[in-house]
Ligand binder design. Structure first.
Ligand SMILES: Cc1ncc(C[n+]2csc(CCOP(=O)(O)OP(=O)(O)O)c2C)c(N)n1
Ligand code: SF4
Length: 274
């Protein structure tokens, strides 16, 4: 057990715009590691491409800054070959649900033991503000001057429909709450998707809207109840945040059962391809 404040963070200075929600998520992730008392060498943070892609650089843990849309294949591979590690994937709504959207249902049905934090700012931030799969209908961007003409998807709803075994929704304006959700997602045995309502003040400033609408899910909600979870995500006026669904299912590692780490020397490994 460790637990000295600040020991997970590197000296890297994130260059996000002032007020970007990513700062809050960064703080929450750091707090989650402290809450769990993980050792740095037990953690791997996998990111794709986007403003959030530099997340691993902010930590003195293992990290993998991979391709746009490919966080889940890499994270699942690490989980299968090194099941003792805590694998945290981070991706934007574009990365996770546009180019990388095809990976989500398959991760859901495999149930690998990874936590996947999806930073949903409703826009392509890094490429300067094009609409993403979660951009609201009618929202004006430089490439949609007449307003976005495509219906947005709701990440929490989709995660439930895909059968993700742990679904939570959080907001960086409530960093302590979000930190706890991330910690719960990491602790969950299986695929945990943490949907973050993440303001992008430069291209889609949702701070005021979310501050007015988010409400913490109360103790009456039973996250093991799928019907109750589905009802919760249908809420229109308010946006409930907290653990929406948590169901215990066999993980991919448990199903494979056979030792997943066959230790082969490099020469032996190469010989298998000859
Ligand atoms: C294969 C590939 N296609 C497209 C891009 C261009 N690209 C870079 S970031 C990005 C989208 C970023 O949006 P999102 O994933 O939501 O993250 P954000 O920047 O908003 O945090 C795109 C399309 C790329 N880098 N690689
Ligand atoms: S463009 Fe948006 S998401 Fe990217 S750093 Fe700036 S505020 Fe954050």
């Amino acid at each position: 057990m460790t637990g000295v404040v600040g020991e997970y963070r590197s000296d890297y200075n994130p260059n996000w715009c002032p007020g970007c929600g990513d700062f809050g998520v960064l703080k929450s992730l750091d707090m989650a590691f402290h809450e769990l008392g993980l050792r740095n060498e037990e953690i791997v943070i996998v990111s794709g491409i986007g403003c959030n892609g530099r997340f691993p650089h902010n930590f003195k843990t293992y990290g993998f800054h991979t391709l746009h849309g490919r966080v889940l294949p890499i994270a699942q591979g690490i989980n299968i070959t090194r099941p003792e590690l805590c694998v945290v994937g981070i991706a934007g709504d574009g990365d996770a649900f546009a180019i990388g959207g095809g990976h989500v249902p398959h991760a859901a049905r495999r149930n690998p033991d990874i936590a996947y934090i999806v930073l949903d700012n409703g826009i392509y931030g890094q490429t300067k503000g094009q609409p993403s799969p979660t951009t609201p209908l009618g929202y004006k961007t430089k490439v949609t001057p007449g307003g976005n003409q495509e219906d947005p998807i709701d990440i929490s709803k989709l995660a439930l429909a895909y059968g993700v075994s742990f679904v939570a929704r959080g907001f960086p304006g409530k960093p302590n709450h979000l930190a706890h959700l991330i910690a719960e997602g990491i602790e969950h045995k299986g695929f945990a998707l943490i949907h973050v309502l993440n303001p992008c003040p430069t291209f889609n400033d949702t701070w005021k809207e979310y501050l007015a609408k988010v409400v913490e899910i109360g103790p009456d909600h039973d996250p093991t109840d799928y019907e109750a979870a589905s009802k919760l995500v249908k809420s229109q006026d308010k946006i409930p945040i907290g653990i929406i669904l948590k169901q215990d299912r066999p993980t991919l590692g448990e199903r494979l059962k056979a030792p997943t780490r066959k230790k082969l020397e490099m020469k032996q490994l190469l010989a298998t391809f000859r």
